[in-house]
Design a protein. Structure first.
Length: 94
């Protein structure tokens, strides 16, 4: 289930503010399960260890994003921009 505080912070405050918040709250797990993040510019976002099950990332710019150990089962990554994204230790959707 999506945590709407996390969703609104990422979507409305922007990546820089989101990443700053993550640095100040490293123990918080980001829950964006089922979130509609399509076509957003999330380049450089710190989404490490985030829960993104069933999320819609269609056409999302994830270039340079940190997605290591993120949970992406059943996420839609079609047409996403992924150059230099970090997917280490991440199980990608089939």
């Amino acid at each position: 289930m999506t945590n709407y505080e996390h969703f609104n912070l990422l979507r409305n405050a922007g990546v820089i503010n989101f990443n700053t918040w993550r640095e100040l709250n490293p123990e918080v797990v980001i829950y964006l399960n089922g979130a509609d993040l399509r076509s957003l510019d999330l380049s450089g976002a710190n989404l490490s260890n985030a829960r993104l099950h069933n999320s819609n990332l269609h056409s999302t710019n994830l270039s340079g994003a940190d997605l290591h150990t993120a949970a992406l089962s059943d996420a839609n990554l079609s047409e996403a921009n992924l150059p230099a994204a970090n997917f280490s230790n991440t199980k990608l959707p089939e």
